[in-house]
Design a protein around this ligand. Sequence first.
Ligand code: AHR
Length: 798
Amino acid sequence: MSKPGTITVYTEERGAALGDLFGIFFEDINHAADGGLYAEMVRNRSFEFDPIDRQEYNGLTAWEKVELEGGNCSILVEQANPIHPRNLNYVAIEIIAPGEGVGIMNQGFNSGLPYREGETYSFSMYARRSASFDEPVAVRLEGIDGTIYGEAKVLVASAEWEKYEVVLASSATDFSGRLTVVTKGTGTLYLDMISLFPTKTFRNRPGGLREDIAAMLADLKPKFMRFPGGCLIHDGSLNADDRNSMYRWKNTIGPVEQRPPRKNNWQYHQTLGLGYFEYFQFCEDIGAKPIPILPAGSDPHSQRFVPIDELGPWIDDALDLIEFAKGDATTEWGRVRTQLGHPQPFNLEYIGIGNEEIGEQFFERYTYFHQAIKTKYPDIQIINSSGPFAAGGEYERGWRSARDNGSDFVDEHYYQSPDWFLAHYHRYDSFSADDPKVFLGEYASWGNTYYNALVEAAFMTGLEKNAHAVGLACYAPLLCNVDYVNWKPDLIWFNNHQVFGTANYYVQQMFMHHQGDHLLRIVTDGFAAPAQPAGNKERIAGKLLVGANLNEVVYRDIRLINHETGEVKTLTDKVEIGETEEDRRHRSEFGRKAVVGETGLKNYSLSMKAIRKNGSRGFIMFFGFQDEANYVMWEAGSHSNQESMVHAGSKGYRGCLTQSLFSPETGVEYDLEVRVDGRRIRTYIDGALINDTEHIAPVIEPLYCSASIEESTGDVIVKAVNVQDVDVEAQLLLADLHVDNQLIDVYALSDHAVDEMNSFEEPEKIVPKHESMLTTSNQVSYTFPKHSVTVFRFRKNN
Ligand code: AHR
């Protein structure tokens, strides 16, 4: 091991305030709400599932007919006499022969309804009966084989809808249980809102949140919670009454049986049982400031935009939401909150308009929201948007809009390779304190391995050190039900009865538990230079390819230009290439491709003419292609044929380096050129510059460090991340602090192979370990193990 370096923390030199830096982002993706945090155990409780939500759904999804011995009935989903006009469907059980009982059975989420021996469950349903129906209804907690774990009888006495409630205890533990509602009556029984919750929910709220998942979130101690999305807030129609509308918060409050069914854009049904009141309440419970994100009547994905002269109701939604959170009982929406049982205001300081928006239409509309909110609520901090990419035309446009409007924050989103995070450690060093602040509203490195977590920890020290510019940051997505995966990686995984935090979770937790209130100056010195990753940092060399992605393209005149010598070489005259939907099922996500050459040059262009014969997307060029896992790629006309993007693949992880708008047309020939100069990449279409980016190579730092002070305790917090595969020895010197003979706390993640992960089988394989150390002076010798995240907490001598 080389000679120790020095880390000096100047404990009297305060820097920027850390404010609410680290929080969480609750997005209803991966069944994070229904079948997740929302503790409802019955799936499709109000028979509202519909093919609009997902092709294979119908009103009886997750339900089965029950006909016990001698029983015969028909089950129909009807709408003629609903419990509420927004909750149209209910089930009619027409009893032909009751036998030993007829009725319906719910399959729950995942493998079934999870029952635990001795625990109680709160059942409720709305029911009415035909005149001839006169027998009790049995509610049963059952095993899949019909074993009864708990039973209660309900007398349905009325021909009008009434709510019936009963508590049942389970005599067994079974995570694949069923809920049945059966009767031996005759006639017709009508049922709706058949619901079962564990009695024990988070804070024991009836109809509340799953205790184990909520506890995992509370245990993070987040400073804020962003919700409820994500794309789900802006994907959808403009009519709030449509099932597939954009997310309109007013649909999500009040009695659950009156909340409309909703198509979640991640292709499932959303009950809205977890709605805005519950989100605010949960934030309050866990001490996190709420950050609601509202749609701006602008859906970039399907190009739906509310006309400017019809923006009024959308802006009112934002103003009313603020009043709902903060207004007193004399205000319209403050009264609604009071009536819902919360006379005290919720602590709303921030609001986001739009989710990762692109396009002029959004930015035009944003201004109206901004002005209306600032006029009425000048203290509310408004978050603008900079699209889903870390750089490029739309990203810059978002920042421009934020500066022009005086937004308080700009929401940045990026999902990238671990190498990208290391390469961009200094991303925010040059950001100005006078600009709007960064809200890093979504980020993750692609994976839940220990290495991903380690790299994120390193990056997070960079976020902290730039607290002058970065105000809020949250990992995404937060939650994933293992049987309903829309997106991974995710911070927390669960099924119907278990939950575990990933290595990434424990990194987030370390940073949230030990954030501190102000930065302290920290200086590192004398560390040996780390070994750097293999690979050429000077140039982008490798194979050259062209490709097609769900289309047919003709490339002509494909040339390699050497800008050092001026030599122009024709690589090939013509490549015709195509990829069908069927091809795509068997091929990589970037379609079919053909090698046209190779170069080791430092300063070159690849140019060609290209015409799309059919299909929806545009043109593809690879350069610096080593293999399927390591490459750079330009796609002109990606996603919904709207963008020109440069991607980098690194060790199998892909990330977008930059993005701008461009929509190629079928049958039009374009001149395409990608120019590579060292690590700088510029793309041109018909001679016009479209993308301009630097593919920065990662440079490993000896240690990634930050320091802060917690004002309430006076504790000095020092974090150090070692991403190297060798131990690093250091002298940690606390200038101006007397810590002789003091116990200090050390929390560390270490001793794991880089590919290790937590799992249901080993949920706490990777968790921070805590030890106390006695200091004898204000200087500590410490060896930071290879691949480790370490947090020190020093207390001052009294
Ligand atoms: O978090 C997953 C998705 O990523 C979000 O819905 C969206 O905002 C982003 O593209």
